[in-house]
Design a protein around this ligand. Structure first.
Ligand code: NCD
Length: 303
């Protein structure tokens, strides 16, 4: 496999082998040890056209933990601001002979274009509304550590599904691992047609959370309030926010996940934030391990 652009197209076996390698790295890193520098003499470029805290820092840390050199291209300070095209930027970076380019872009499909131009492996760090494959892999990793096999488990994804590449990638990853997926959110933030996707659209929080093992809240993009897609953050919290009472509707021992960044008190209420039921920070550590596994396996030709 040359590139990781989306979850669709991966086999359950490929996903499981990434998660299993990630488990080894997770144990090493959380024990405060440094892994063998398997990627010494290798190089990774991160090319982020959109803001990021977690994903970029996670890829950089993952590469460095494995001994690789990392160059972070800051698009705001690059020749992109002088009008350089995506293709010319891609060819310039590829001429530096990196092993991997990790790209985030606001346009769906941009990493696919990049992958067609460069010799380096391309990893999609999130493109528009389309896909965020490493987020879905880290979510599956986190869930698997809690529940063991995910076969037969149920997930409820709550919130702004329409604008969420995280939801789209998770729907595919979850179903590939044998889970059932339910969706719930404001009607204005639900895609018009979900018939082609392996999931069920619910019409109440009760219906969505019934029997759910994983309850995944998505960030509400407050900037969309101006577009009239929902009236206020307070009202959103009242009807779609997760709190301790809502979690009583979910299955026994259900976990809350959130890809971050969180709007505190909006999609997650304070009585669940920073409590053991909320795994958002554990997800970040899982993300480090998953990205280490992915870099290692992609460069090593194991995928
Ligand atoms: C997400 C993203 O950028 O798609 N964040 C992330 O990578 N952890 C979700 C979001 O921004 O809401």
């Amino acid at each position: 496999m040359k590139d990781l652009l989306q979850i669709r197209g991966l086999s359950p076996e490929q996903i499981k082998s990434i998660l299993s390698r990630a488990g080894e790295y997770y144990d090493i890193v959380t024990a405060g040890k440094k892994p063998f520098p398997k990627l010494k003499d290798r190089s990774v470029i991160t090319l982020f056209y959109e803001n990021s805290t977690r994903t970029r820092a996670s890829f950089e840390s993952a590469a460095k933990y494995l001994g690789a050199e990392v160059v972070n291209l800051s698009v705001a300070a690059s020749s992109v601001q002088k009008g350089e095209s995506l293709k010319d930027t891609a060819l310039t970076l590829d001429a530096l002979c990196p092993d991997v380019i990790v790209m985030r872009h606001a346009q769906s499909g941009a990493p696919h274009r990049l992958a067609g131009w460069v010799k380096a492996h391309v990893i999609n760090g999130g493109d528009g509304l389309h896909a965020h494959p490493t987020q879905a892999l880290l979510d599956m990793f986190t869930a698997q550590r809690r529940f063991g096999s995910l076969e037969g488990r149920t997930a409820a994804i709550i919130g702004d599904i329409e604008h969420s590449r995280v939801a789209r990638s998770n729907i595919y990853a979850m179903t590939l691992l044998g889970m059932k997926v339910k969706l719930f959110g404001p009607k204005t933030l639900m895609p018009f047609d979900m018939s082609g996707m392996p999931c069920k659209v619910c019409h109440s929080m009760e219906e969505a959370l019934a029997g759910a093992d994983i309850v995944m809240a998505l960030r509400i993009q407050l900037e969309r309030m101006n577009g009239g897609l929902f009236p206020s953050a307070g009202e959103y919290n009242k009807y779609f926010g997760l709190n301790r009472k809502a979690m009583e509707l979910a299955g026994e021992g259900a976990m809350i996940m959130h890809p971050g960044p969180v709007n505190r008190g909006v999609e997650l209420s304070y009585d669940v934030l920073d409590t053991p039921v909320c795994f958002k920070d554990i997800q970040v550590t899982g993300g480090l391990a998953v990205r280490m596994a992915l870099l290692d396996m992609l460069i090593g030709g194991e995928l």
